[in-house]
Design a protein around this ligand. Sequence first.
Ligand code: PAF
Length: 292
Amino acid sequence: MLEVRVFSGEPRFMNTITSLEEMQKIALELHKKNKSIGFIPTMGALHEGHLQLVRESKKVNDITVASIFINPKQFGPNEDLTKYPRPIEQDKKLLDVKGTDYLFYPNVDEIYPSNFQTSIAVDKVANILEGKSRPGHFDGMATVVLKLFNIISPTNVYFGQKDFQQCIIVRQMIKDLNLQIKFHTVSTVRDPDGLALSSRNIFLNTQEREQALSLYQSLLLAKKLIDDGNKSVELIKKEMKKYLKKYKLIRLDYIEICNPENLSPVKVVSKKAVILIAAFVGKTRLIDNIII
Ligand code: PAF
C-alpha cells in the first residue's frame, strides 16, 4: 500500500505515469506554473545511492521526478538485461516515502516504437574506459537520457558519482546540445565497509561480496600512495594490481588515472585526478572510482 504523506498542509502521494504524452503534458503544465523540476533517471532496483539523489533534488526543486526504465539499448548482447533486478513495488514505495512527486515508468514500446531510428553518440569521452569495454553502451545511455530529458524537461538533473564516466558524458551532451539543464553529480554512497552501492551488488554471493571490497580498498591504497608523495601513475597502477592479485574472484578490466574534467589519461599525478576501476567479481562486473 502507498504511504500518504502530508506536505505543506496537503496530503500527497507519488503519481506513477506510464504514458510519455501524459508525462510531457504534466512537465509543460509545471513549467507554465514556474515550478522547477528535479529529475533522477534510474533503471530501478533502487538503493540508498538513488535515494540520496532524490534528497538532493528535493532540497532545491519544487517538484521531483524519478524515472525507472531498464534501457535495452545500453546492454550489450552478453550483458545482464534479462537478469537485471526489477523490484518495482519496492522501488515505488522507496521513492514515495522519500517524497518523489512523479515516477515516470514507461514500457519499452513507449520509448522505442517500432520505427525508432536515432542514436546519440558522444565522441571522445564515450569511447574510452567503459565505452571500450562495453561497445555501444554509452550511445544507448545517451539516447535514452536525451529522450527522458525531452519528455520531462528538467531544470536540474542528478547522477551518482559511481558512474563517473556517465556523468562526464551527460554533462558533455548537455553542453554540446545547448540543453537548458543544470547537471549535478552526487557523491557515491557506500556500505559501512566501503563497497559502493550498486543495483548489481545483489548478484554477489557471500564470498564475492567479501572480495568485491578489494576494489575500493585498492582505490584507498592508491590514495595513500599519492598522499605519501608518489606521483607516478605506473607505480600506483602496479601497486593496485599487486594488491588485487590476492583476490582470486577478481578479474580486473581496467585501472586508469585521469583528468576528472575530461577523462584524458594523466602520466604524473600532480593535480586533481580521478582513479577509475572496473572488474568482474565472479560473473558480476562492478565499477568504482575515487577523486584525488
Ligand atoms: O545510471 C543508470 O541507471 C542509467 O545509465 C540511466 C542514467 C538511468 C540511463 O538508462
